[in-house]
Structures are given as structure tokens and as C-alpha cells.
Ligand binder design. Structure first.
Ligand code: 5GP
Length: 189
């Protein structure tokens, strides 16, 4: 997606450890017009698939996910990283975050993810694939069907895509980054 790639080149910063900082339009400040364009692109890439729910993980996945849900006219569920006291029964998994070097709990209420759901998972980044595999675990626990997974940015050098495709998951990413070494940002051809 050319618009997104140009924005990454203009405002993204390549940090040590293969981290891309995109705080000015995805992870802190948000650009609604760009998010709308991102969501339209996701909708086009998953055209023809029957989807009745969008799933993401808080927090940065919520913005692209809600735009996709708005266009498709379906509810958006965000898996939570802490169990609120207001929820009794939960589906639960654990996810290791390499950016924060911690393992955190991810939960979703079985009221909002059920065996009748056909789910499109949307997130901001695909890196090692741990967050996405956690979401896949929750979807499997609920008995829902996974239609596919869409990521705004994929860091192709971290191998997440291969892990997901091994599980038969259809993966779409709008910008694929091949290399972030030496403070450079190189896209996959
Ligand atoms: P994974 O579980 O695929 O290793 O990492 C995915 C999650 O880690 C994303 O949801 C995102 O929040 C975070 N993440 C991974 N790599 C980056 C990065 O380079 N920049 C930012 N801002 N977040 C990242």
C-alpha cells in the first residue's frame, strides 16, 4: 500500500533491536484518514470472505480494527490484557512480547467470541507472530472460524508470517519491511 509506505518512510524511525517507531500515525497519535484508507485496503483484500466479527488485541490494534468493523458493519472485539472484575468466565491465553520482554495474559469473554463467529483478526504489527498466535488460540477455544489475519505493518525478517501460514491462516499485510538494520527502513520487494 503505497500511501502507507510513504508515510512510514517520512515519519517512521528505525530503532535498535529491529523496532519501528510509528508513534505519529499508528501507536500514539492517530491519523483517521490514513486509518480509513488502511481499513478500505483490508476490506478489499478480504473481499468475498464472509466475516461477522473483527477481533484485535488492545491497544494499538483497536484503531484499524474499528475502521474495518465500521466499513463491514460488524462488531469489533478487542482482547484484553487484564481480566476485569466485571467478567466471570473468560477464554485465556498467554503472549510473549519481545518489544517489552514480558509475557502477558490475554483474555476475551466467551459472550463476544462464539462458535457461530467468522472472525477477521486485525493488528498493527506482525513481528514474531506471538500476539497473532495468541489470538488464534482464543479463536480456537471459542470454536469460532478464522477467516484471515490482516496487519498494518509486517516485519518480514522476524518470521511471524511463516508461523501463521503453517497453521493454514490467510495473512495480508499492507507494508512488508525486509530490514531495519543501521537505522534504515527497507521494504520487501
Ligand atoms: P509479535 O507478537 O508478532 O512478535 O509482535 C506483535 C506485537 O508487538 C504488535 O501487536 C505490536 O504491538 C508489537 N510490535 C512488534 N514489533 C513492533 C515494532 O517494530 N514497533 C511497534 N511499535 N510495535 C511492535
Amino acid at each position: 500500500m503505497e500511501l502507507l509506505k510513504q508515510r512510514i518512510l517520512k515519519e517512521g524511525r528505525s530503532l535498535d533491536g529491529g523496532i519501528l517507531k510509528v508513534d505519529s500515525f499508528i501507536n500514539h497519535q492517530l491519523d483517521p484518514k490514513l486509518m480509513q484508507a488502511i481499513a478500505l485496503e483490508f476490506v478489499q483484500r478480504f473481499q468475498g470472505e464472509e466475516v461477522n466479527k473483527v477481533l484485535t488485541i488492545e491497544a494499538s490494534g483497536i484503531a484499524p480494527a474499528i475502521m474495518v468493523g465500521y466499513i463491514l458493519g460488524v462488531p469489533v472485539v478487542f482482547a484484553k490484557k487484564k481480566k476485569p472484575n466485571t467478567i466471570d468466565k473468560v477464554l485465556h491465553t498467554k503472549v510473549y512480547s519481545f518489544t517489552k520482554n514480558v509475557t502477558y495474559d490475554v483474555i476475551v469473554s466467551p459472550d463476544f467470541l462464539t462458535s457461530s463467529d467468522r472472525v477477521l483478526f486485525i493488528d498493527d504489527f506482525l513481528a514474531n507472530g506471538n500476539a497473532a498466535l495468541g489470538a488464534f488460540d482464543l479463536i480456537n477455544q471459542s470454536g469460532a472460524s478464522l477467516v484471515g489475519m490482516g496487519f498494518v505493518i509486517e516485519k518480514s525478517f522476524q518470521g511471524g508470517r511463516e508461523k501463521l501460514e503453517c497453521n493454514g491462516i490467510k495473512v495480508e499485510s499492507l507494508a512488508q519491511i525486509a530490514d531495519l538494520s543501521d537505522c534504515k527502513i527497507a521494504f520487501k520487494e
